[in-house]
Design a protein around this ligand. Sequence first.
Ligand SMILES: [Zn+2]
Length: 269
Amino acid sequence: MPELPEVEAVCRRLRKQALGAEIAAFQAQRPSVASPQTPDDIARATDGARLRAVRRRGKNILIDLTGGSTLRVHLRMTGDLYVIPDVRFRPVTARAWFELSDGRALIFDDSRALGKIHAYPTPEIENVLGHLGIEPLSKAFRPETLIDAARKSHKPVKLLLMDQTIIAGLGNIYAAEALFHAGIDPRLPANRIRAARLRRLHAEIVRVLRTAVQSASIAYMSPGRFSEAESFPLAVYDREGENCGICGRRIRRIPQGGRSTYFCPGCQR
Ligand SMILES: [Zn+2]
């Protein structure tokens, strides 16, 4: 599933490819891509509009249009959003697309068809996404932010990190990697971790995400399919049974909150 770094990379690519482009038409292969809105709602909000700005909030891509609408795209499991030179040559997994007036097309490619596109009046976006927590790559994300959140939570720290209402955009892969580099057991209740260790965790979250944004931006500069963390050096994620590069112990996988958590029992206490 694309996390903050991959979504950020898609935004950067879109800015290069499509800022200023004019939307001529919207087509949805299946209406569910817009539900509970309809493809007609999206078409009405976008026809004739130009892409004014591309922003990211958490794992959401926000495309501000002239005319006062903002598109919100959530990639979910397998979504990708990119421009192709000719609308006639779109992939079979294109669930929806915007025909651009210069003949190109902005493609929403989504093999599992779980992603969503919605349109809102731009000022409403703040409310629509009001539940999202702090952006971990913004200046507002301070060590104290994490310390305060941890103090109020008895959840395992890994689940705290993945709670989108606290930190927006951090997901399964990079939460596991940050915990490894901070040397913290993902099962520890958040409120039992000392402040000094949480400061280190804060620093590792920022460092891991920055590195991953760089890797993802390079990997996704050209159109193509997503494979998250493609060029990021993963220390524990998806490495069950392999030896830890630091201590040599075998990396473990455990279920947490319905997802797999990977960690090193030697390095993470
Ligand atoms: Zn280890």
